[in-house]
Design a protein around this ligand. Sequence first.
Ligand SMILES: [Zn+2]
Length: 258
Amino acid sequence: MPVPYGILFTNDEPDTPEDLVLVLLTVAFLLVFGLLAATLLVGLTVSSLVTLLTAPGQLARLVRDRQLRRNHALEHATINVIEERYGPSQLAGLARPDGFLIFGPISPSLALEAAEEGLRRMQAGEHRLAIHPRCGTTLVASQLVLAITFLATLLVLRQLSLLPFLLGLAAALLLGPRLSPLLQRWITTDARVEGMRIEGLRPHLVPLRLPWSSVMVPVPGALLVRTSWGDEQPSSRSVTILTRDARRVEAGRYWIDE
Ligand SMILES: [Zn+2]
């Protein structure tokens, strides 16, 4: 028969259901958090690899398309001219081979005036107008820095942890905005816009498909600034109306969309 050494008094209450619920909740939280962190890290590894594979291709396409880079430069110059006059704006832009789109609260006359001033000033040598801090290039640059730092740290540590993610994030925040102006200057824009002309302004039309037909509708708050080049046939045709007494009246220009 065992001999007792003594009696131990404790004040602990026996486990109540509330304690059990708390423990279960903590375990569930840790599990969910762990799963989320693992998903984030695995997802980041995959997206970093995708960025490394696709970003150079995106940039290379811009390098090959000089017209797109010059339109991108004029898009930045236009927004820079407007922001010089009225301070930071909510405007956004998108370069296309035939010009650029400008989105946001802006009157057509101001958009056209700013585009013409931006073009004139870049042609006079003010190439810095082609660089804009809010450009999409900054996002691509930050993603690229994040991907390279994340994967490099992962290769050195050889295990998935939060450190490569935090290092990548810090590097992207620090280097992305500094790398962007260089990428814009050498790769995504071209400020040598001699021979470029502004053809005019029009609403940005997109096709709206209805069951029985398709109509072109303007996108609210979006304008298209059309550009062309000295060595290029004008993209627009002019309309001349012949009156009954054989007078010719210039009616304006129109464009045919591809
Ligand atoms: Zn841009």
